[in-house]
Design a protein around this ligand. Structure first.
Ligand SMILES: [Zn+2]
Ligand SMILES: [Zn+2]
Length: 156
């Protein structure tokens, strides 16, 4: 039995100015505990949902853009609502075929579960991860194991 919802599903920013539709299953969902994500979220970690660009469509409003410079020097476009400031998605440097959506912006989030955790070396000491979580001290060089863990988990 699939743990996935019936697609398409919808989401948007906090003020409602920007809405989007997700037409298919994510490729993977993970948490990132790097200090940059802590700063960007004002919290302890970020949740990230990699999706095919062709499965993701903005249906209302327009997002503003901010170019974040990563440690690698890569410029990573961050797309956020100009009214409420919620960051809706990021364009990863690795692959133009995917975008990274912030899954907390989905209207219905009960099915969203991170199967992997990145940058555990800077995770807050109190962070507890489920035992079956794939963990990486920093950034994984290969995303395939994360995608496999996600597929395995969604099959229930
Ligand atoms: Zn907004
Ligand atoms: Zn991060």
């Amino acid at each position: 039995m699939s743990r996935l919802p019936a697609f398409p599903v919808t989401g948007g920013c906090a003020c409602g100015a920007v809405r989007y539709v997700l037409k298919g299953s994510p490729l993977g969902v993970y948490s990132c505990h790097c200090t940059e994500c802590q700063s960007l979220t004002g919290s302890a970690f970020s949740l990230a949902m990699s999706v095919l660009r062709s499965d993701f469509e903005i249906t209302k409003g327009e997002l503003a853009i901010w170019l974040r410079t990563a440690d690698s020097g890569a410029q990573i476009p961050q797309r956020f609502c100009p009214t409420c400031g919620v960051r809706v998605f990021t364009e990863p440097p690795g692959g133009p075929q995917s975008v990274t959506v912030r899954p907390g912006t989905l209207d219905e989030t009960s099915w969203v579960r991170p199967v992997a955790a990145f940058w555990t070396k800077s995770a807050q000491a109190w962070t507890a991860l489920p035992a079956d979580t794939l963990t990486y001290e920093t950034q994984p060089t290969d995303f395939a194991p994360v995608m496999k863990a996600w597929r395995d988990w969604t099959r229930g």
